[in-house]
Design a protein around this ligand. Sequence first.
Ligand code: MSP
Length: 655
Amino acid sequence: MQRFYITTPIYYVNARPHLGHAYTTFVADTLKRFHRMCGEDARMLTGTDEHGDKIVKAAAKAGKTPQEFVNGVSAEYQALWPKLGIEHDSFIRTTDPAHKASVQALLQRIYDKGDIYFGEYGGHYCTGCERFYTEKELENGLCPQHLTKPEYISEKNYFFRMSKYQGWLKQYILDNPDFIRPERYRNEVLAMLENGVLEDLCISRPKSRLEWGIELPFDRDYVCYVWFDALANYISALGWPENERDESGDYCKYWPGEHLVAKDILKPHGIFWPTMLKAADLPVYRHLNVHGYWLVKDTKMSKSLGNVVDPQVAADVFGLDAFRYFLMREMNFGSDASFSEEAIITRINADLANDLGNLFSRVLSMNAKYFAGKVPALGVRNEADEDLNRLTDDACANYVQLFRQMRCSQALDSLWEPIRAMNKYVDIQAPWSLAKEGSTERLGTVLRTLLEAMYRVAALLWPVMPSSSSAMQEQLGLPCEESSFSATRLDELLKKREHLHSGASIALKSALFPRLEMPAKEEAPKADAKKPKTEKNARGAAEAPAGTKPFIEFPDFEKLDLRVGVILAADQHPHADKLLRFDVDMGEEKPRQICSGIAANFKPEELIGKKVIVVANLPPRKLRGLESQGMILTAEWPGGLTLLSADAPAGSTIR
Ligand code: MSP
């Protein structure tokens, strides 16, 4: 029996699960189900990444010990997945004793081979990324991911001789074109390997700086770098190294596996992990499957922007299967996609309520009306019936092939061809006219042709929408038995055109996907009598009243992110008389440094503790040598200036 082992990244426990985490985990669950449906022995792993600086800081902020803290958030992840219908086979935590032992064995093996050495290192360390950056990698001296200034740290550490494997990895990627897919990410990794020499990887942190990690087996004064620890989860979860040579053990059965990650962690998975495996003489993974980012209204999701989508809320509001369908259909695997209420409602209404739901509803109710809910017999087929069958055959075959290539959106698109064609077929064949004419045999053939094609489509949808697919199969009188999944059954779904039994009772009606109401659009403010009348310009567009700036569109206004900040510290800018320098608490991990040209109006000390309004999404910029990470808003009049304020906690959003 073929085996399939799919993994998600193990998620950091410094953040609560959001749409992005849920997406990767849904894809993994869908793929696992898909491979089960194909009759394979499929297994899925997810888990939590619990060591490192970030976690220690988050725990301290929450007033907990690291262990208490990681137990709490990991439990949230573990509780969430079943609620989202996810059926993972194992859940790994990097604080599990067995994982720790496995990481130590991996380190020891590479150390014994001579590929780990002790050396002095100086570098720019970003706590957000938990990694060192070289001078070249920084952008204007800032971490390219977090736009914060890294700390320069120089210390003795252990290094993995990654550079030794640069040539091998490059050749391996060239020889195995879909090792990293889609292609754009393969090219990105190749570019990383071609642009100069790959540096050795610093894989330790002295305990004097960080204790929360796995001890190096060959030096108890050091803990292991989080990425080295985390990547090993993919094999530690299979019981490596104990069962490395035991054919009946999970490691031999399931490794090498398939990884699923987003583009943010391409480098550790595309470079660190395969070289680590190679150094340990272990086989590399089968494929690294890399997807894009879910954006919310074209912006990155972030806690500070307050636009984080809670997957459980979305599943409750839109329905779990509809939510899953939307995510799988809307994101073209590899590219970014945009999440919005409008997008999900539009997609659900068009594809599920109108196309699929409507098809089931109308065909089952006609069958109830004309054949009392019994499966009608097939008569002679005409060209239109054959066309529909051929289209269904092709679409089903394409669906399976595209799924195997991780092209889930295209796979679903392909399956919607027969669904739409069936709706048209109903319109053209007009069963109601056949009934009126008394053409019972033809009426039976039309409905049976539809029911059969509906069954094949419904059954194949199981990996994406397990409950709805089961409900549809049940309505057609053939309940979905997971125990019957096999390569033969799949082959039958792809090729066999008759599955239902003539005369069997099927559902009399179906109401699978209710249409959703689009939320009322935010209306542009209506011009009322008191407001100055707007003028039209030469092109007929409205012009702003004289004395104000030109009109902007509402979406432009929406781009502004205004927040309440509390001034924690204030002093004179060292190089500019007009500027004051502030540390402002914006409800984020760290206060922001903001410079503002209000030295003529205020003494720094009188502003400490003041609540101000800050434009929070301006890119950081240097003002006379000091970086300013936002702008404080003021109200001005001839001869006067004051600070805008709001009586609300730090980080509150202004709308
Ligand atoms: N702990 C590391 C991974 C170690 S794996 C050996 C980590 N954790 S994470 O919590 O930051 O998770 C990152 C992953 O979460 C992404 O690779 C992706 O799978 C998922 N996503 C997080 N935000 C996302 C979006 N906005 N959109 C899509 N997926 C995203 O990195």
